[in-house]
Design a protein around this ligand. Structure first.
Ligand SMILES: Cc1cc2nc3c(=O)[nH]c(=O)nc-3n(C[C@H](O)[C@H](O)[C@H](O)COP(=O)(O)OP(=O)(O)OC[C@H]3O[C@@H](n4cnc5c(N)ncnc54)[C@H](O)[C@@H]3O)c2cc1C
Ligand code: SF4
Length: 570
């Protein structure tokens, strides 16, 4: 029997990148918020520059919940399962994966909100890939712009604007949608190698620019500037220059004295009351004891896989197939973001031992619909990202580009000479949802508490494959222009596996028949249940998801505060 706790206004499940943002506008508006967080507080001493621990042994060691519930995956209903990874990409701590993420903080481009209508307008409706369930978002970039701006300033993002109120600045992204003002900090500095790559892009007639990062390029909010020593690609920042929510919005919310953080608290179900027709709180386990936290409103912010799992596990008389799932949409419109790599070998050292993945140069010329697709056989595009970041184990496991065997004396000699001469570009592509790809509960595999883990059924479709080939060729062109002497494309794509860029499953849209949450992020079926994170996003663009998910979270929280009576009162 769960121990009943004192009622609060809002309970947030998961205080990571998005839950940690939503707490701020709510507490500032005067609401009492309880943040249930499966992980613990971490301190700078947990953020050792330890590649082995951070990237190969799972991190942080304090709480391994995510690693105990890695989703299973299979390409389609009749195919065998893919090998299951030992480690989950996400982690558990106050601040969530914003502690160890790369911190690239992108806005979506205008096209990403209107894939269906813009594709139809420009090329005809027949160009929407067959079987794709993609929809236009219920609003455009202009609706989200003030929230992007708000988060960029509260979290702290460095970058170079490319379009302020329609005035294009070629130092930034000339393709970006209009913004009201620039970033609060100038961009992270370039490295010798990223400057070389930027010059090569210009020679090709492309538009290189430094990418935005939630990392301080100067002192900001009383925290220091980045020291550029790296090792934080999958680890935290020991000087707090990386702006995780654990050092930005969560402490700000705590200053209001209205946020209570409950660490090491694992939510196990959201409780729905058939009589009042509303959710009434959350059951969680802490230290082996079960508690019931009553609340007027529940905000679910535990990352895509756990958001879907929590809903599917929270069954009641009114929702026998999972909370907010009478329309059968929970788990639908899922996709693992298509990301790819191209590697290049140069005839000189690149000096990449210092630096971090967010310190790089981007080209958006081939992203989204920034180029004419009339004669092409796909829609969408990809952004090209080249950065400086190199660590010993990663360097030693570099490709040999057909120039050496993969072991022995010749291999060692190749690595000795070339460890700092190779670079791997990161490609991010606009991926579409498809009717055959979805999440559900695995019928066999369970976590240590006995709950089924999520199962991914998904594979990349023709549009994704053609787009990937096209974007890889663009990256080959860029590396060649910069003087690479050997280039290798990443492996072909096939099935969707667990990823830190997991979209859909609780999609946002005006149509309750095809979406789980409405345009404000609240369930169509349960008015006082809000859902936060990339699980509400129906398109990815050519971008990492976090800033968009954080802007949406701020918007949902602000909407709740402004409409408290209609959403929360009963
Ligand atoms: C190595 C790496 C690099 C990345 N780089 C970038 C990047 O450069 N830019 C970018 O935009 N994105 C990046 N991402 C993705 C980014 O981390 C996610 O988009 C973001 O963290 C998602 O936010 P979230 O709040 O939904 O999930 P999280 O930040 O993971 O937060 C979820 C929180 O919920 C908690 N939780 C889970 N289950 C429960 C439960 N049952 N009860 C209570 N609490 C629970 C977790 O402990 C966690 O703290 C990267 C991810 C990884 C792994
Ligand atoms: S490189 Fe910058 S963000 Fe990374 S750990 Fe060092 S100071 Fe922190």
């Amino acid at each position: 029997m769960a121990i009943d706790l004192k009622r609060t206004n809002v309970v947030i499940v998961g205080l990571g990148a998005v839950g940690g943002v939503a707490a701020l506008p709510l507490t500032r508006a005067g609401f009492d918020v309880i943040g249930l967080e499966a992980g613990s507080w971490l301190t700078p001493s947990d953020f050792a520059p330890d590649e082995l621990r951070n990237e190969y042994r799972g991190w942080p060691q304090a709480v391994q919940k995510a690693n105990n519930e890695v989703p299973t995956a299979r390409p389609n209903r009749s195919a065998p399962y893919s090998p299951r990874s030992r480690l989950h990409p996400m982690m558990n701590a106050v601040g969530g994966t914003s502690l160890h993420y790369w911190a690239m903080s992108w806005r979506l481009n205008p096209w990403d909100f209107k894939v269906v209508s813009e594709t139809t307008r420009r090329y005809g409706a027949s160009r929407i890939p067959k079987g794709s369930t993609v929809e236009d978002w219920p609003f455009g970039l202009e609706e989200l712009e003030p929230y992007y701006d708000r988060v960029e300033h509260e979290v702290g993002v460095s970058g170079q604007a490319g379009n302020i109120d329609g005035v294009i600045d070629p130092r930034g992204n000339v393709f970006e949608g209009p913004r009201k003002r620039g970033y609060p900090m100038s961009p992270l500095r370039a490295s010798e190698f990223t400057a070389l790559m930027a010059n090569a892009a210009r020679k090709l007639g492309w538009h290189p620019f430094p990418g935005p990062a939630a990392i301080n390029s100067q002192e900001y909010d009383d925290r220091p500037a980045c020291q550029y020593h790296g090792f934080c690609a999958q680890g935290g920042c020991h000087v707090s220059a990386k702006n995780s929510t654990a050092v930005s919005t969560i402490p700000k919310a705590m200053e209001t004295k209205r946020l209570e953080v409950v660490p090491l608290a694992i939510a196990t179900s959201i409780v729905f009351d058939d009589r009042s027709d509303r959710v009434i709180g959350v059951i969680y386990v802490k230290g082996g004891v079960e508690y019931f936290q009553p609340a007027d409103v529940v905000l679910l912010a535990s990352y895509t896989y756990e958001n879907v799992r929590q809903l599917l596990l929270s069954k009641s008389g009114r929702f026998p197939n999972g909370l907010s799932n009478n329309g059968g949409q929970v788990g639908r419109h899922y996709f693992s973001h298509l990301q790819g790599f191209v590697s290049a070998l140069f005839p000189f050292n690149l000096n990449n031992w210092y630096g971090l993945p967010a310190q790089g140069v981007a080209v958006d010329t081939w992203a989204d619909d920034n180029f004419d697709h009339s004669g092409l056989d796909f829609i969408g595009g990809g952004s090209l990202w080249v950065y400086s970041d190199r660590r010993p184990i990663g360097a030693a496991s570099m490709l040999t580009f057909g120039k050496a065997p993969s072991w022995g004396t010749k291999w060692k000699s190749f690595i000795r000479q070339n460890a700092d001469r190779a670079n791997e570009a990161h490609l991010q592509l606009s991926t579409l949802p498809h009717e055959e790809n979805y999440l559900d509960l695995d019928p066999d595999v369970k976590d240590p508490m006995g709950f089924p883990v999520i199962r991914i059924t998904g594979e990349y479709k023709e549009n994704d494959k053609r787009l990937y080939a096209f974007i890889q060729d663009k990256m080959v062109q860029w590396f060649t222009e910069a003087g690479a002497i050997a280039i290798e494309k990443g492996d072909p794509i096939g099935s969707m596996v667990p990823t830190p860029h997991a979209y859909g499953g609780t999609r946002m849209g005006d149509n309750p028949k095809t979406n789980v949450v409405n345009r404000w992020g609240f369930s169509h079926e349960v008015p006082n249940l809000g859902i936060l994170g990339a699980s509400v996003m129906g398109t990815s663009g050519s971008r990492n998801p976090t800033l968009t998910a954080q802007a949406l979270a701020w918007r949902t929280a602000e909407h709740l505060a402004a409409n408290w009576k209609s959403i929360a009162d009963h």
